[in-house]
Design a protein around this ligand. Structure first.
Ligand SMILES: [Zn+2]
Length: 377
């Protein structure tokens, strides 16, 4: 039964005929059109008339990004999840409110938005390629196989099953070694800079990473078999106890996403098994537990600068130093947390300090707050 589920996910059906979450055919079950960004979230952040700025949906209005899914997924499975999450994610202090929320819930919910965006955008022809003999999709065909890992997690959740991750060569009774199939990080956000909205969402289907910011909570999640958490999880330890400016959160996301571009090829390959006792899909990575798959020889400073530039809306040429280092708004010269310069005085002081690099001037591409002050215009 569930081996069939695995092969079904690996051959995704058309989103116009089958539920993208549970895989059931609309011919057999009732379905509804759903807002990919839930209405309560759009309402809380006044997103109705706003346009997405994530690469695969630039210029589309939030309230127009919809997909039909079955009623059981919409109302029951994911409905119960949203009943738990919506009061937390719209709380005045969402970071504190989310303290009791399980990472599994956040990963399933963010993963659902991300997966539906991928499926939706793969179903739409990219207008930039419409005149080519074979127009491509907004999410290109060659990116799709890598996204099926997220599809598998979503399918398992939608059908009341689990998914766990393990490594090549794990012992024969690996239950002790099973771990979450994702790397999820939460950060406290400082919402004081009124030039920035209290909401942000961005994703990268090629490296299967998603980021989300609501009020004082920022979440970054990679659907990577838990690799980043295991081998790079300590890289953000120095941020604990600090509240990040929205630009700093964007830099954290950029650096985290970039890491997935230096992975050993085998770390991006998995074999799926069905474990009946656990009622779970087991995804086994093709690298071993003690092998660090983040390869120094794949590091490319220009690519890292491009990631940071894209996420912080800065010029990559200003981020890449002549000696190959990239500037950061996260650390001071001692490697400690660097408070973000917000006021004119702070920016002036930061510019006068040869060890500090100031991002900016902030580009208007930022989803800036129309009700905030105009000092960034
Ligand atoms: Zn469904």
């Amino acid at each position: 039964m569930s081996l069939r589920m695995i092969s079904d996910v690996l051959k995704p059906r058309d989103v116009s005929t089958h539920c993208a979450q549970c895989g059931r055919a609309f011919a057999r079950v009732p379905s509804d059109e759903e807002h990919i960004f839930p209405k309560w979230l759009q309402h809380h952040h006044n997103l109705w008339t706003r346009r997405l700025n994530i690469p695969n949906f630039i210029g589309k209005r939030y309230d127009s990004v919809k997909l039909v899914i079955c009623q059981r997924c919409n109302n029951k499975t994911y409905g119960a999840l949203e009943t738990r999450l919506s009061p937390v994610l719209t709380d005045d202090d969402s970071f504190a409110a989310a303290a009791h929320i399980d990472a599994d819930d956040l990963a399933a919910w963010l993963g659902k938005i991300f997966w539906l965006l991928i499926r939706k955008s793969h179903s739409v022809v990219d207008f930039r390629t419409r005149d080519l003999p074979e127009p491509d999709r907004i999410v290109p065909n060659d990116v799709m196989p890598g996204t099926l890992y997220l599809g598998m997690i979503q399918r398992a959740f939608a059908t009341n099953k689990g998914m766990v991750s393990c490594y090549a060569g794990d012992p024969a009774f690996p239950e002790f070694f099973y771990a979450e199939p994702y790397s999820l990080y939460r950060f406290r956000i400082d919402p004081a800079d009124s030039r920035f909205e209290a909401f942000d969402f961005f994703d990268n289907p090629a490296i299967l990473g998603v980021g989300f910011r609501t009020g004082t909570l920022g979440v970054i999640c990679l659907f990577d078999g838990g690799l980043h958490r295991r081998f790079r999880g300590q890289m953000w330890d120095f941020l604990a106890g600090h509240a990040l400016h929205p630009v700093q959160f964007a830099e954290v996301a950029a650096r985290t996403f970039y890491d997935n571009t230096v992975l050993h090829d085998d770390a991006m390959r998995v074999t799926y098994y069905w474990n009946k006792e656990l009622n779970a899909v087991v995804s086994q990575l093709h690298t071993r537990r003690n092998f660090d798959p983040y390869l120094a020889e794949k590091h490319d400073p220009a690519r890292l600068a491009a990631f940071i530039g894209r996420h912080t809306f800065s010029d990559p040429k200003q981020i890449l130093q002549a000696d190959g280092r990239t500037v950061s708004c996260l650390r001071d010269k001692n490697g400690d947390f660097l408070p973000f310069a917000v006021t004119e005085e702070e920016i002036k002081a930061a510019r006068a300090d040869p060890d500090q690099i100031v991002f900016g001037p902030l580009d208007t591409d930022w989803r800036t707050n129309p009700d905030g002050n105009e000092s960034n215009q």
